[in-house]
Design a protein around this ligand. Structure first.
Ligand code: ADP
Ligand code: ASP
Ligand code: MG
Length: 411
């Protein structure tokens, strides 16, 4: 049946009680939003990463940070459940406590050295990565547990299920950047969720996390919850996959950097893939792959302003003119791009001083990037050029200025 919607809510959309309430309202507004994928709350994954780093250095701050995060989640659970006459809070807090115990044990283990059962399956490095992936998973499991309980009270007449995403998202054993096994995911999701079309049911699950064939936790890569949503889309063939975030769609350029950016209302899968894979943080780089061949549309919109509309990503006939720009300045993104561009640019070093701007779409025939930027006294170097994009290295301290000038000239 076509109407089914897989809806994913990102970290900033579940950061506090009022944010979670907005997500709840969105779920209730369309009866077909039956599969709900939830990220960890805002900044939790970064904090788990930091805790791991501190624990490996045997620093007591690891535990302090865990304690702070625990307080935040306890408060969130109390706040979202406060308006319901319920004793459910106790059960939620018990489950959260268990998850924090798991995190605490993992931090101890990383510090004392991985347990022998992990080591006998792989190297010290992979055993540490296994610990890290499991620690990361705690973030998504905390937020989904709270949101599940909240939704249950918000929609007392509907049936709700909380499913551990690891029972569906099967991957290889590359713990921190696991590759999903699409066929197994489809079989698992069909088995667990196949009847959802006919039932008045809402399922809450986590983004970002998976499981290898030995039952060990993996993650799809940082920011990977968008990918979980489209992998479930691939498996269940819904009418659409929705990515709910903190901006009302994909903009011509990151609106936090250039407030003059405008929303792109419709976008082709290939252009969206280029934007995401060249550094536009709004979508995980592989998000489109599971759904583009099936033609399942992806809708990107804001939980802060759901009525403002958003971006529909679907198969479009080729357009001419520029579509958008991706700005890459985050160290993690630049590392990924270094690998991508490294093949044709041996020895390339992106990072502290050098960032990347990519223009997606086509440029006007008489336009020369080199001349345009040269006119501003900015030296740039083309790193990759395709029929729908051009990426170039640029000094990081001139990036915003160059992006702003290019945006005014081209968009
Ligand atoms: P979530 O937590 O919902 O996954 P993200 O932080 O991963 O949200 O992605 C949303 C952010 O992406 C926005 O706040 C925005 O700053 C950034 N962003 C980067 N490029 C773009 C773009 N072209 N259009 C919209 N947002 C963008
Ligand atoms: N929570 C994970 C991260 O921050 C996944 C996601 O939000 O997409 O990377
Ligand atoms: Mg994201």
């Amino acid at each position: 049946m076509k109407e089914l919607i897989v809806a994913k809510f990102g970290g900033s959309s579940v950061k506090d009680a009022s944010a979670m309430e907005r997500c709840g309202k969105i779920v209730t507004q369309n009866h077909w939003r039956k599969v709900v994928v939830i990220s960890a709350t805002y900044n939790t994954t970064n904090q788990l990463e930091e805790m791991y780093r501190l624990a490996r250095l045997d620093l007591p701050e690891a535990k302090l940070l865990l304690g702070k995060n625990r307080e935040r989640h306890f408060c969130l659970a109390k706040d979202v459940l406060a308006s319901f006459k319920t004793d459910a809070l106790e059960a939620v807090i018990d489950d959260l406590k268990e998850l924090y115990k798991e995190a605490e044990d993992l931090l101890l283990e990383t510090n004392h050295g991985p347990k022998s059962e992990r080591l006998c399956r792989g190297s010290m490095e992979s055993a540490q990565q296994e610990i890290m992936a499991q620690l990361y998973s705690v973030g998504e499991r905390l937020s989904s547990r709270i949101f599940f309980s909240y939704l249950k009270h918000l929609m007392p007449d509907r049936s709700l299920r909380h499913i551990d995403a690891r029972s569906m998202i099967r991957t290889d054993s590359n713990f921190l950047e696991a590759r999903p096994k699409w066929e197994i995911i489809t079989t698992k999701a069909e088995t667990l969720l196949g009847d959802i079309f006919h039932k008045d049911e809402v399922v809450v699950t986590q983004g970002f996390i998976g499981m290898d064939e030995m039952g060990r936790t993996t993650i799809l890569g940082r920011e990977g919850s968008d990918y979980t949503a489209t992998l479930l889309g691939h498996a269940l063939k819904p009418a659409s996959v929705e990515i709910w975030t903190d901006v009302p769609g994909i903009f011509s350029v990151d609106p936090r950097i250039l407030p003059s950016a405008h929303v792109i209302h419709e976008m082709d899968y290939d252009d969206a893939t280029l934007m995401a894979s060249l550094g536009a943080k709004v979508l995980f780089d592989q998000t489109m792959a599971p759904v583009c061949n099936l033609g399942i549309p992806v809708y990107v919109a804001s939980t802060l302003a759901p009525e403002s509309g958003g971006t529909w990503i679907k198969r479009l006939s080729q357009t001419s003119g520029p579509v958008g720009m991706a700005l890459a300045s985050h160290p993690r993104t630049l590392k990924q791009l270094e690998q991508r561009f490294g093949h044709n640019n041996p020895g390339i070093l992106l990072g502290e001083k050098v960032g990347v701007i990519s223009v997606i779409g086509t440029l006007p025939g008489n336009f020369s990037l080199d001349t345009f930027l040269g006119g501003m006294g900015i030296t740039s170097k083309v790193l990759e050029q395709g029929s729908r994009h051009i990426s170039f290295a640029i000094p990081l301290d001139r990036m915003e200025e160059a992006a702003s000038a290019l945006h005014s000239r081209l968009y």
